[in-house]
Design a protein around this ligand. Structure first.
Ligand code: SAH
Length: 428
């Protein structure tokens, strides 16, 4: 054994022994007295390498024991089976993910902790050039598991999706007030995933007296974001850079945008010189908003929006022999559960196949998938399968992902969720 290894081993043993002693005596961490009542979660020997590699989730079957008193949502110390510290996180015995780690350090989790984390997240976005609108906090990718904060100019939309994060909601609001002096903060916790954590679904303003239709400018274009009733937080910031990526392929083109929502891709297409743009979405409310957004940009003569079911209409238009130069597809996740992944892949294949059948020889497909349950390989394979069935050849122009304000952390798979492909489509 090398001297450094010997030293590490000695330290590990000593620390394990100390932790055990402190736990037994009920006086852990004598150096930081505020946590005297903090419980310790001991991990099993056999845990997923994931945890050691930086993943913040600890499942119930990875926990050996919990020493000390702890209620749902409280902060716990986490140690490996040797007693070596893992870090600190919040605990929920009701959830399958019983601990989500907030830090790998022995640091105090308090209001200042959240203020500093949010400040750091903002510095990162600013460094990348996001100044007005961005995902300010992207949960695990910002070491703030289950917290989403979207910044729309001077209005912030937050989601606290786990009990342990929900407990710090006021601290998060206070941090936003201190850092940004915002016009408003709105809570969009009307999401079913909260129920898995024993939390109610709820939404409403948390701070400020403001109109919930928030004007934003994205890539020089104007959009009105409905933070109260729009989907998710009101606007899909994750595609903001991909919307710019279509500029070169839409000039003078007849464009079809399927799953248009508030018309974002479609209005970009018209702005970048498309001859005509048709946007399609099943939601009447979304289509209405898309029309308003097109009008805001003076592009309502070139943009038309229609409400309808994509599966039915793409099939019908295929039969009619309707053609477009560019077809853009940005469907919803189709599934939230790994057990229904086949159903989702079938859905993706069908819309890509039908979409490709509508593309003129030499036109372009713009296709996205927004679920982390479908890997990039599965996504590409599905499009290849669809192309084969549609008797088309595809040439990849660009393969992308979500914009940089939604950072992908290597080792935390679910942070890479959006796949984005631009491909040329030719007849075989
Ligand atoms: N392209 C949008 C986001 C699309 S989100 C953007 O960048 O902002 C997915 C959209 O698909 C939602 O607006 C939803 O209403 C719509 N949708 C879901 N199922 C549909 C279906 N079967 N047919 C048409 N639209 C559908």
């Amino acid at each position: 054994m090398l001297p450094t290894q010997r030293k590490a081993k000695k330290w590990q043993n000593l620390n394990g022994w100390l932790n055990k002693l402190q736990v037994n005596m009920g006086q852990r961490c004598p150096s930081v007295c505020y946590i005297c009542c903090m419980a310790t979660v001991w991990l099993k020997k056999q845990i997923a390498p994931r945890i050691g590699n930086g993943h913040p989730w600890i499942y119930s079957n990875e926990i050996d024991s919990v020493k000390g008193e702890v209620s749902g949502g409280e902060i716990v110390d986490v140690v490996f089976h040797t007693g070596k510290p893992v870090g600190r996180g919040y605990y929920n015995p009701l959830s399958q993910i019983q601990v989500r780690l907030l830090t790998r350090k022995q640091e105090k989790i308090d209001e200042t902790f959240f203020l500093q984390k949010i400040r750091k997240a903002w510095e990162y976005r600013r460094k990348l050039g996001y100044t007005k609108n961005c995902r300010l906090v992207f949960g695990e990718a910002d070491d703030l598991p289950a917290l989403i904060i979207d910044k729309f100019n001077d209005v912030f939309v937050i989601q606290t999706l786990a009990l342990g994060m929900d407990k710090w909601k006021q601290a998060i609001v206070d941090a936003l007030i201190e850092l940004f002096s915002p016009r408003g903060i709105y809570e969009r916790n009307d999401v079913p995933v909260r129920e898995l954590e024993g939390l109610p679904q709820q939404k409403g303003p948390l701070y400020g007296d403001f109109l919930t239709d928030v004007p934003i400018v994205e890539n020089g274009l104007h959009f009105l974001v409905d933070v109260a009733n729009g989907q998710k937080t009101g606007h899909f910031l994750d595609q903001q850079d991909n919307r710019k990526a279509i500029a070169s392929i839409v000039k003078d083109a007849e464009v079809l945008g399927v799953f248009t929502y508030t018309g974002t891709f479609e209005i970009h297409a018209a702005h970048y010189g498309a001859k005509t743009v048709l946007g399609l979405d099943v939601s009447e409310q979304a289509v209405e908003r898309a029309r308003i957004n097109a009008g805001l940009n003076g592009l309502d003569t070139r943009c038309t929006f229609q409400a309808g079911n994509a599966f039915d209409l793409l099939k019908a238009w295929g039969k009619e022999g309707r053609k477009f130069d560019v077809v853009m597809l940005d469907p919803p996740a189709f599934t939230k559960s790994r057990s229904h992944i086949d159903k989702a892949l079938t859905g993706y294949k069908e819309i890509n196949l039908r979409g490709m059948q509508l593309i003129r020889d030499g036109g372009f497909l713009v296709s996205s998938s927004c679920t982390n349950l479908v890997s990039e390989e599965q996504f590409l394979q599905t499009i290849e399968d669809a192309a084969r069935d549609a008797k088309k050849r595809i040439r990849q122009v660009l393969l992308g992902h979500q914009s940089g304000d939604h950072p992908i952390v290597r080792g935390i798979d679910n942070t890479h969720y959006l796949k984005f492909l631009i491909a040329e489509v030719t007849d075989k």
